[in-house]
Ligand binder design. Structure first.
Ligand code: FES
Length: 113
């Protein structure tokens, strides 16, 4: 997915229809890997793609409601807060701001990036 800078730090990351109907896809924003996640209610979330327990891709994990579960050891992360809700991870992951404009997904990286 290619990025394109827009105003207020938002970057156009992809078209909405490039995301799975329900599920996650990895993307790159200014060299930072993020996971774009569309949940069953149609909302799109963006979090860091790297598990805080070890260096694996969360977008390859399982989506359960508004929770993304790491495929390697099963840590679970709340997509709204980034907080781990299941061990072994104890550190949160960054949550980024998503804005849908027409058919496009725009993301502003959070300060903690
Ligand atoms: S690498 Fe994600 S839970 Fe261990």
């Amino acid at each position: 997915m290619s990025e394109q800078l827009t105003e207020q730090g938002f970057v156009r990351v992809c078209a909405l229809d490039e995301l799975p109907a329900v599920g996650a896809a990895a993307a790159d924003i200014h060299g930072r890997r993020v996971a774009l996640v569309r949940t069953e209610d149609g909302a799109v979330h963006c979090v860091d793609d790297t598990c805080s327990h070890a260096n694996v891709s969360l977008s390859e994990g399982e989506l359960d409601g508004c929770t993304l579960e790491c495929w390697l050891h099963g840590s679970r992360f709340d997509l709204l807060t980034g907080r781990p809700t299941g061990l072994p991870a104890t550190e949160p992951i960054a949550v980024h701001t998503v804005r849908i404009e027409g058919d496009d997904v725009h993301v502003a990286l959070s300060e903690e990036s």
